[in-house]
Design a protein around this ligand. Sequence first.
Ligand SMILES: *[C@@H]1O[C@H](CO)[C@@H](O)[C@H](O)[C@H]1NC(C)=O
Ligand SMILES: *[C@@H]1O[C@H](CO)[C@@H](O)[C@H](O)[C@H]1NC(C)=O
Ligand SMILES: *[C@@H]1O[C@H](CO)[C@@H](O)[C@H](O)[C@H]1NC(C)=O
Ligand SMILES: *[C@@H]1O[C@H](CO)[C@@H](O)[C@H](O)[C@H]1NC(C)=O
Ligand SMILES: *[C@@H]1O[C@H](CO)[C@@H](O)[C@H](O)[C@H]1NC(C)=O
Ligand SMILES: *[C@@H]1O[C@H](CO)[C@@H](O)[C@H](O)[C@H]1NC(C)=O
Ligand SMILES: *[C@@H]1O[C@H](CO)[C@@H](O)[C@H](O)[C@H]1NC(C)=O
Length: 379
Amino acid sequence: MTSISLFFLLLLLSATAAIATLSSDLTALEAIKAAIDPATIPETSCLASWNFTSDPCSSNALPTHFRCGLSCGFENRITGLYFDGAGYSGTISPFISNLTGLLAIYLRDNKFHGPIPTALFSLPNLGTLDVRNNLFSGSIPPVISITKTLLDIDLSNNSLSGSLPPTLSSLSLGALNLSFNQFSGPIPILPPNLEILAIQSNYFSGYLRNRSFGGLIQLKNVDLSRNSLTGPIPGWFFLQPRLERVNLSHNGFTGIEVLKPNKTRLIDVDAGYNKIVGYLSANFMAYPELTSLSLRDNKLQGPILKEFSLKNMMLRNLFLEGNYFNGKPSKDFFSRKSIVSGSFGDNCLKRCPKSSKLCLEPQKPSSICRNVYGGKGNP
Ligand SMILES: *[C@@H]1O[C@H](CO)[C@@H](O)[C@H](O)[C@H]1NC(C)=O
Ligand SMILES: *[C@@H]1O[C@H](CO)[C@@H](O)[C@H](O)[C@H]1NC(C)=O
Ligand SMILES: *[C@@H]1O[C@H](CO)[C@@H](O)[C@H](O)[C@H]1NC(C)=O
Ligand SMILES: *[C@@H]1O[C@H](CO)[C@@H](O)[C@H](O)[C@H]1NC(C)=O
Ligand SMILES: *[C@@H]1O[C@H](CO)[C@@H](O)[C@H](O)[C@H]1NC(C)=O
Ligand SMILES: *[C@@H]1O[C@H](CO)[C@@H](O)[C@H](O)[C@H]1NC(C)=O
Ligand SMILES: *[C@@H]1O[C@H](CO)[C@@H](O)[C@H](O)[C@H]1NC(C)=O
């Protein structure tokens, strides 16, 4: 075949292909729109432009029809639902499961309610599910494990509840955001390829268990803040090989173990607002990339180690306020050349010069410090 005739053949193919969306995709789209309260579809929104007198995937559709809200792909299948955050209120039609070409669903910033339909999890090509900032309720069903393709799930800021199903561990997910819901129970065994885990502001409880995190070698970014997690923060947690940013703040942790790593990328640790007792571990010094450390509002005591002021550490932000640290911190923290910022206030320190920004907040009353240190605190 000459390249010219190949060109015409391709032209012919694309022209015929431009005619019609797969009819089962069309009926599914109509069902999806019909499940949304028309009173919540503003005139200028994407969904208002879904006028089925045109064919959504055809180049012959009127320019005002199907302006946005979806994408078409190979063989005129619907490959994406990309809703604008126009405030649509409704449920997700179970017929969405007929859109078997879907790769991505974005329904962010609307008022979808009811359960997340289990039908979604049987979509054979779905990679992304983003329903952030809606009003979905109910729990995550165990059948979530039937999805083999989902890589990115964002269910954050809905009204979802219940404990997470153990079947979660069989997913190949890279990112999971469940923040700002009402999930409870323990953190289950997590999917082994997880890179990003955000579950802040829920009611998760129990210990940090190696069974949940042990197999995750990609984990990079973890936000567990504002839950009801308890027990010590175990040393293996910070040894996870790719770990960069960890937020454990606003829980009920009672201790923190820091082990010397062989290889670490840890940059940022926030373990503030817990009930951590004990001393500042010198082993933090063995994390050469550590730039930011917050242990504020805990029950730590003893000295603020001199080593934390050394310039061979990357440490720039050190938030230690609201503990029972005592003694005289190294002058290096307070020199004009110091690169450490943060806060040392509300402790039992003997030296914390007002001229340093680290010391803006006053120290604790000496009566409290004497109590903690059996009469030997800050006089
Ligand atoms: C969805 O698919 C099922 C079976 O494949 C079919 O019976 C049904 O009519 C379809 N529904 C829509 C809305 O396309
Ligand atoms: C759909 O488009 C047709 C042709 O432009 C128009 O006559 C009709 O009013 C539209 N329907 C809606 C619901 O906007
Ligand atoms: C959660 O969504 C509501 C609207 O549904 C919004 O007002 C609020 O700011 C969102 N919260 C977060 C933390 O994004
Ligand atoms: C998770 O969702 C919350 C709320 O929508 C958002 O503020 C946060 O940035 C998200 N975290 C990640 C890692 O995507
Ligand atoms: C944690 O779990 C991993 C994988 O299951 C295992 O290799 C590792 O030895 C465990 N670590 C501890 C401290 O139990
Ligand atoms: C950790 O989470 C808390 C509450 O969710 C937030 O206020 C704080 O800024 C976070 N810390 C870091 C270092 O991002
Ligand atoms: C670091 O490496 C040494 C020697 O290879 C090994 O014995 C030790 O268990 C390792 N420590 C960690 C925390 O991986």
